[in-house]
Write a protein that binds this ligand. Structure first.
Ligand SMILES: C[S@@+](CC[C@H](N)C(=O)[O-])C[C@H]1O[C@@H](n2cnc3c(N)ncnc32)[C@H](O)[C@@H]1O
Length: 267
């Protein structure tokens, strides 16, 4: 129970940040998320929602598109806060506290089996990972199991094949938002050594559409000027790398910024 309340991707620390900033500092990011979710051209009436927490960044207008919502989040406070914030859709929502992604994590095949079972039980549902996939590397690190992330990620992606799904996940985070200005007019060398312009200009709440994934190395170069070493990538560059995507800047706290990426498996 304590680990669930204190997990590094959510729990009390995240709720405290949300109570402080959700209706102020986070507003531009929440609006950008709402816009992207609004554009999801799905006809599905059922949603499987991974990592909703208290639903701080999830617009009720999007949730209301679904007649049935199955939420998965091990945080015991998540259902209570989510219900309070999203009263109007409360009767459509059910919760699974069981961890279908990382339980039995020593065996990536076993993890995928749990997820596959859940998907089979909801054949008409679309799936949204809401701020979760970019946290898993750090959740595994807490358990000294970070080396299992590539296999876990592969197993999750394979289980989702053929499914209509989307993810909003962290790509990179850093200790100061002033680094964002370093995006302006930056270039990076691609895998063939050719210099390409990034063509992205992000300020808090702004978004940038890309036709495919920008590699971690490129993001790091852009966001890590020599005097700011504390920039982390979140192990998510392999998530649907050839799909179009949108980068969003989320100023999580006055001195901490996340680059979030929104991507759909199909349109
Ligand atoms: C950064 S928060 C998500 C933010 C949230 N979507 C919002 O709108 O505020 C990540 C959430 O993922 C949850 N989480 C961690 N491990 C999980 C797992 N294995 N399955 C589902 N959710 C998980 C955490 O408890 C946390 O609530």
């Amino acid at each position: 129970m304590l680990r669930r309340l204190l997990n590094s991707s959510g729990g009390l620390r995240y709720h405290q940040r949300a109570f402080t900033h959700a209706d102020s500092l986070w507003v531009p990011y929440r609006e950008a998320v709402a816009e992207w979710l609004e554009e999801w051209p799905t006809d599905a009436r059922e949603l499987i929602l991974f990592g909703p927490s208290g639903g701080y960044t999830l617009p009720v207008r999007f949730l209301a598109r679904f007649e049935r919502i199955t939420c998965l989040d091990p945080d015991p406070l998540a259902p209570i806060i989510f219900r309070l914030r999203h009263r109007t859709v409360g009767s459509r929502v059910s919760w699974i506290a069981r961890d279908v992604l990382l339980a039995g994590r020593a065996n990536a095949g076993l993890q995928a089996a749990e997820l596959e079972r859940l998907l089979a039980e909801h054949p008409r549902a679309v799936v949204l990972f809401a701020g979760l996939l970019g946290q898993i590397l750090f959740l595994l690190e807490e358990r000294a199991q970070e080396e299992t992330w590539p296999a876990t990620r592969t197993a999750i992606l394979r289980a989702l094949e053929g499914c209509e799904w989307a993810s909003i996940h962290d790509r990179l985070s850093g200790s100061t938002h002033t680094q964002i200005s370093s995006l302006l007019g930056t270039s990076f060398s691609n895998a063939s050594g050719v210099t390409e312009p990034v063509g992205v200009t992000l300020r808090s709440g702004e978004s940038a559409d890309l036709s495919r994934a920008l590699p971690d190395d490129a993001l790091r170069t852009i966001f890590r000027p020599p005097d700011h070493p504390s920039v982390f990538t979140h192990g998510t560059e392999e998530i649907l790398p050839s799909r179009p995507r949108r980068l969003l800047l989320w100023q999580l706290e006055p001195g901490w910024t996340q680059i979030m990426e929104c991507v759909r498996a199909r349109d």
